[in-house]
Design a protein around this ligand. Structure first.
Ligand SMILES: [Zn+2]
Length: 127
């Protein structure tokens, strides 16, 4: 069993613990979090995304994250994996390989709003 240091109070806690025994802060396994910034799309009659709901799935079809456009999808991976971001609406789902600890954005590659094509791009952004 490995010990990790609580990011909040600094006590050593089990790497298997869900939360710090001392202060209750949830343990975040450093280096395993993947973040993908999703585009903040427009709402309205012309929007190809009426619901603005979004999800991220792994190659086995398991949902890793579900939320809304404009949010940052965050989930954990043990190793690099192909994931698919589904923005709903009329846009094609976007697939790409992401790595633990990586920060990405879904950037618009081409096309007007009605037939936008997105890609997963590695970036650095402030939390
Ligand atoms: Zn703590």
């Amino acid at each position: 069993m490995a010990l990790i240091r609580c990011a909040e109070c600094g006590k050593l806690i089990s790497s298997l613990a869900q939360a710090c025994f001392n202060c209750g802060a949830p343990t975040r396994k450093a280096g395993e979090t993947v973040q993908i910034q999703l585009p903040d799309t427009e709402v309205g009659y012309a929007s190809p995304f009426p619901s603005r709901s979004a999800s991220v799935m792994n190659a086995r079809g398991q949902t890793l994250w579900a939320g809304k456009h404009g949010e940052t999808a965050a989930f954990t991976l043990k190793r690099p994996e192909q994931v698919t971001v589904d923005l709903g609406g009329f846009a094609d789902p976007v697939s790409g390989v992401v790595a633990p600890g990586g920060k990405y954005a879904l950037t618009q590659e081409s096309g007007a709003a009605g037939n936008a094509a997105y890609q997963i791009t590695e970036i650095n952004f402030d939390d």
